[in-house]
Design a protein around this ligand. Structure first.
Ligand code: SF4
Length: 359
């Protein structure tokens, strides 16, 4: 067996940055994937946790150069779901035993938005008797806002850093999007006691394997409980993706790198939750299942009403835009079983890392 893989399987945080980068460069990653899957199963067995994803609004104050719903993209039809609709979708997810939901939207900092999310959280807690795990993913906010949402019923917060390299971050964002503020938000969320999730994009233009190895170390520094990573897929209506060609060979390469990043992250951190992102499925129909086999243990099926989904495309070719939530549920069950794992229906699926306490 590859010596770095052997070392990484024996204990978390065992590899140097150079060793992490070496694993990311492996030509034949079969051994890497099976080792990562084995480590995952030590902590969570073959059980896959679900997060029913509710994309409750696509209005965003930010202008990230890679994102299809950035504020300057005038071709997007903007929406925010009504409170009643969000609560109905959450109730559906609860009754169909998803165990947890993610409430995701573009970023808006206003008292009106804070109150809206607060009301939704209280009502979701009410309809599920407080049993449903709730993640918020609504960008950078003040510590006071994070505190209010926690008090209203959120348990987890997902705020992707996209890259831990400040120079690369600066190339991906306008000058007024601050890397430091994002890191400070992540630290505030941790202080407040959220289960904390973050992650990066893999295969960004100009990103090196050393950057990705550094990202994995950064996950540890932030003491993350949950990791969500997605391969970069260009969107033509963005400054980064405009005019970029994306061939099937590019898709295969992006998938492969995304899977290797999942495996290396699992081997380094061991006990966190790692999502098999929907972007993997955009690259290959079985991409999410391949993610499970490379060390991921969470899937985030979309439970938003289908009429809104085409307006929430951070990248192009997003799958399952027209599959309603019931159809999606059956499809997902079959897909997970097909790789020898099973869905942990009705269970919140809190990260083992969080339950154990900080490192
Ligand atoms: S990545 Fe997030 S913050 Fe940036 S433009 Fe897209 S939705 Fe807004």
């Amino acid at each position: 067996m590859n010596r770095s893989i052997e070392k990484a399987m024996a204990r978390p945080y065992a590899l140097s940055r150079a060793e992490l980068a070496e694993l990311l460069a492996l030509e034949d990653p079969a051994e890497l994937f099976s080792a990562a899957c084995e480590v995952k199963r030590r902590y969570t067995g073959k059980a896959v946790a679900l997060r029913g994803l509710i994309e409750f609004g696509n209005i965003c104050a930010k202008d990230c150069y890679y994102c299809g719903i950035r504020k300057s993209n005038a071709s997007v039809k903007r929406y925010r779901l009504a409170e009643d609709d969000i609560v109905r979708m959450a109730k559906w997810a609860y009754e169909w035993k998803y165990g947890s939901i993610v409430l995701q939207s573009g970023e808006m900092e206003s008292e009106e938005n804070t109150l809206f999310v607060e009301r939704v959280l209280r009502r979701v807690a009410e309809v599920s008797g407080g049993e449903l795990g709730v993640t918020i993913s609504a960008g950078e906010q003040s510590e006071a806002v994070y505190r209010r949402w926690l008090a209203a019923g959120a348990h987890r917060y997902l705020l992707r850093i996209e890259t831990s390299n400040p120079e690369l971050y600066a190339r991906l964002h306008p000058a007024d999007h601050s890397f430091e503020r994002r890191v400070e938000c992540l630290r505030a969320l941790k202080r407040l006691g959220y289960q904390l999730g973050s992650g990066v994009m893999t295969g960004l233009p100009g990103q090196t394997l050393d950057d990705l190895a550094r990202d994995v170390e950064f996950f540890r520094e932030l003491d993350l409980d949950m990791i969500g990573m997605g391969p970069y897929i260009p969107h033509r209506d963005t400054p980064l993706g405009a005019g970029m060609t994306f061939t099937p060979a590019d898709a295969a390469a992006q998938l492969r790198l995304g899977l290797k990043m999942i495996a290396v992250t699992r081997l380094y951190l061991h006990d966190v939750n790692i999502a098999a992102a929907t972007a993997l499925q955009a690259l290959d129909d079985s991409g999410r299942e391949q993610g499970l086999m490379a060390g991921a243990n969470v899937i985030m099926p979309n439970v938003t009403d289908t009429e809104y989904r085409s307006n929430y495309q951070l990248y192009e070719n997003k799958p399952c835009l027209d599959e309603n939530a019931s159809k999606c549920r059956n499809c997902l069950n079959w897909r997970v079983l097909s790789v020898g794992e099973e869905i942990n229906w009705g269970v919140r699926g809190d990260p083992v890392h969080f339950r154990k306490g900080s490192v």
